[in-house]
Design a protein around this ligand. Structure first.
Ligand SMILES: Cc1cc2nc3c(=O)[nH]c(=O)nc-3n(C[C@H](O)[C@H](O)[C@H](O)COP(=O)(O)OP(=O)(O)OC[C@H]3O[C@@H](n4cnc5c(N)ncnc54)[C@H](O)[C@@H]3O)c2cc1C
Length: 466
């Protein structure tokens, strides 16, 4: 956390004008007890800000931008007091919503469902609604929104688009990007535009939905979005497959994918995390494999899957209640680890399937050489692993810089991605800059300037260091 410079009087007057847009109860100043809740996400980073604004409508958001632009013009040297760090549910794992100064724009009051269109398999909703609330609204329909991050009750539609969030079922149903039809956003000049289209097929120049998706709030404020819906399936089974070590579980993932079976999810959980979540008594590694489809299809896939390694002792969980309990245990791992360790830093690498086993042992061995404990789990079916470094002392955080850099180089060397779903944020941008070619960032910077030339949105993400 850096020391905060107090805003001068002309800036405070400007804050007064902004307060009048959202109303006094939705403009929070540092003296308010819960102010600090808006200066963090789910990483260990803590930031600084001068004002929190909580608009409830699109009109309020655009008025805020127009007012800020006028204030920036009037008081040019105070631009940093008039920057906007965008915030959804604050559940991010990369520090992207952690402000450095200026104003936090909290979008969580904008949560209306605008339209449910079952004929075209679409739901349109405002940015501040959570993904769990979206599926709650669809409960009576045969359709649902298939993107299923473990944080669905916390994360907002806007935040999930801005990070291109994903989850276990992205293996079969895709990430946010593949399930996003269109979105309405407001740019740094305060102009709104709806981009994308309801049909899946479009060929209309550069895809602005694809640019906004994963933009980490650097290009504009996503106000609402139309999402593609998936049919609920007739049958679902969940298998727990125990293995004697990480490598044999990862090898099974490879054989399973080679078999042509299309599971909904294939999750890997290591021994440390199994014990934390109390999922299985004796296994040193497990895979959770979910199959869905018609009853015939699931039965057929189940037989083929079991034939891959007939000696494996699969436990098959039938029924919604059993399956939900197992998933809840899997999803509790992050929260349980955070209770036990003062610092938990989760890597979110994605690698080609053939390199899964190599990268897991690379990460674990490098960490153990430096005395750092690890817990590894993740969406192994699509090569996405969460390598979690677990620390009790803040002083040990320095070691993580080396570990994260070594892992980033290795992941990049084998053709993988430093982040599969959480984003670069403030924590991983410098790793990306160290490992990726400079032209990658030159082009990204040019895109940023085309949308937001005066660094109105999330300026901390354009700084080199945390
Ligand atoms: C227990 C736990 C489990 C998790 N599991 C998963 C998982 O399975 N898969 C996964 O992908 N992630 C997971 N996450 C990470 C996190 O939930 C996601 O990154 C999520 O998409 C963030 O959404 P949010 O609304 O909380 O966004 P925030 O954390 O508030 O912000 C994230 C980014 O989005 C930007 N942003 C927010 N709203 C808008 C908007 N309206 N317009 C433009 N930009 C905006 C912010 O500026 C920031 O850059 C998990 C987190 C936790 C704590």
């Amino acid at each position: 956390m850096t020391t905060m410079i107090a805003p001068p009087d002309n800036v405070l007057n400007g804050y007064g004008t902004l307060k009048s847009i959202v109303g006094a109860s939705n403009a929070l100043f540092p003296s308010v007890p819960n102010f600090h809740d808006y200066l963090k996400d789910e990483t260990y980073l803590r930031g600084n800000a001068h004002l929190i604004l909580r608009p409830a409508t699109h009109a309020e958001v655009t008025e805020i931008i127009h007012t800020i632009n006028a204030l920036r013009e009037k008081i040019p040297r105070a631009a940093h007091f008039f920057s906007l760090t965008l915030r959804g549910g604050g559940s991010g794992l990369s520090g992207a919503a952690v402000p450095e100064a200026g104003i936090v724009l909290d979008t969580s009051r904008m949560k209306k469902i605008l339209e449910i269109d079952p004929k075209n398999f679409i739901i349109r909703a405002e940015c501040g609604i959570t993904l769990a609330e979206i599926n709650h609204a669809l409960a009576d329909l045969p359709l649902y929104y298939a993107v299923d991050p473990s944080s669905a009750p916390l994360c907002t539609l806007g935040g999930s688009i801005a990070t291109n969030a994903a989850g276990p079922s992205s293996l079969k149903y895709g990430t946010t990007r593949q399930n996003l039809a269109s979105l309405c956003f407001v740019n740094a000049e305060g102009n709104t535009a709806t981009v994308g289209s309801l049909p899946t097929k479009t060929s209309m120049g550069f895809s602005l939905t694809d640019l906004l998706c994963g933009s980490e709030g650097r290009l504009g404020i996503i106000l609402d979005a139309a999402l593609r819906l998936t049919f609920k399936t007739e049958e679902r089974v969940l298998l727990i497959a125990p293995f004697p070590n990480d490598a044999s579980a990862m090898d099974f993932v490879f054989s399973l994918r080679q078999s042509g079976i299309r599971p909904k999810c294939v999750e890997f959980i290591d021994a440390y995390s199994i014990a934390i979540a109390a999922i299985h008594e004796n296994a040193k590694a497990i895979l959770l494999i979910e199959l869905d489809g018609t009853k015939e299809q699931v039965d057929y896939d189940l037989k083929r899957l079991m034939a891959i390694s007939p000696h494996l002792d699969f436990h098959v969980a039938h029924g919604e209640k059993n399956q939900t309990q197992i998933w809840q245990k899997r999803k509790s791992i992050t929260t349980e680890l955070k209770k036990r360790f003062a610092f938990k830093l989760g890597e979110d690498i994605a690698v080609p399937l053939s390199a899964l086993s190599h990268i897991a042992s690379f990460a674990r061995n490098k960490a153990s050489e430096r005395g750092v404990e690890t817990a590894i789990w993740g969406h192994a079916g699509d090569g996405n692993l969460h390598v979690n470094y677990l620390l009790q002392e803040k002083s040990a955080l320095e070691i993580l810089d080396t570990l994260m850099l070594e892992l980033a180089f290795e992941v990049t060397r084998i053709g993988g991605a430093i982040s599969g779903e959480h984003g670069l944020g403030r924590l991983k941008r410098k790793l990306a800059k160290a490992t990726l070619p400079s032209v990658y960032f030159q082009i990204q910077d040019q895109i940023k300037k085309a949308f937001d030339p005066n660094f109105l949105f999330n300026p901390a993400l354009d700084k080199e260091e945390v």
